[in-house]
Design a protein around this ligand. Sequence first.
Ligand code: PMP
Length: 420
Amino acid sequence: MIEATLNTAQPQVDGKARLELCRHHFPLLRQRVNGKPLVYLDNAATSQKPQVVIDTIMRYYMEENSNIHRGVHYLSEKATEAYEGVRATVRQFLNAGDTREIIFVRGTTEAINLVAHSYGRVHVGKDDEVLISAMEHHSNIVPWQIVCEERGARLRVIPMNDAGELLVEEYEKLLTPRTKIVGLAHVSNALGTVNPVKTMVAMAHARGIPVLLDGAQAVPHMRVDVRDLDCDFYAFSGHKVFGPTGIGVLYGRESLLNAMPPYQSGGDMIKWVTFEKTVYNDLPYKFEAGTPSIAGGVGLGAAIEYLTKLDLDAIGLYEHDLLQYATARLSAVPRVRIVGTAREKAAVLSFTVEGIHPHDIGTILDLEGVAIRTGHHCAQPVMQRFGIPATARASFAFYNTKEDVDVLVKSVEKVIEVLG
Ligand code: PMP
């Protein structure tokens, strides 16, 4: 059905209209909330799922469910084939060199923990430094803090300006012989800033320092090519990219992964076990202990195929236009302040309204059927940097429209009217 919509839509309509047609692929978006048509603007927290993803997961459980890798029976082979097929899909999606470099994990959080606890524990020593940025999600701060505390190392932070852009000159100064790894958000979830990660990777590599990129907020909005970025690790979550929860990906450079110790251990990550000694499995299985989210993996595969057919370049252009429209309209509302005004931004509009707490904005918007997020967005240091406790955040996906933005703006005006 989706195939048919995409193909028949293509010749007659331009990319923008074609993307708007795809809204109908998302059954959840059809519902009403508090008597109003749902306007879903919380995509940075999690995105909705197209019918094809829901159907694929249902079909997997109805026709293929079995444990993978171990069985010789028909169902186990089918499930293994499906799951390993997704690894090939992800490899192509990220343009990684080899499926051995694609590790399935629970999500971005687990991917970063894997690198921090496996790579970090080996390579970060006393008086060494781990370098992250001022706009990281807690999941790219806390694991490094733990490793630094354990190893007697220091966490250093790349500062940003008032627009929410990293200060690349300061970054350069912070790259020293003590720096053992750099961890950077590709796109900030709290500010929407798209960081110049390709340049920043090259700067670190010039000094022999590896770089981990947190791609949780990038992958749903732009084409990502890990070989072009030349990063050493790249993490993303399935649920933010129109796939299910409980599955995500860590891309890692093969030479680094090979030299890293396992992060979790148990079944599947071994070649053989005696009480005296265990020989670990080859990549990628060395990092995949236990039964994974097989249905999650299969659903992620369907989501990536869906997104690839839509064309991420077209999505990027469409969302850029939508964000510009939303920024202009919301900025024109008296007392609204946009937090995060970087030149390069993607899909995120954080804002405050003078004199009104963001939670009150969120609650009143909910009554209008508008779902946004309010709070610190798991990026408390960003709030501290801007001297605010929280923001209201509207975040977009390709199925959002200018009409959604109009409802958002009207509802914010109503908040101001009601709360004064
Ligand atoms: N990094 C960023 C930039 C994020 O936006 C998020 C999710 N909000 C995460 C990491 C963590 O992702 P997950 O909860 O799926 O592990």
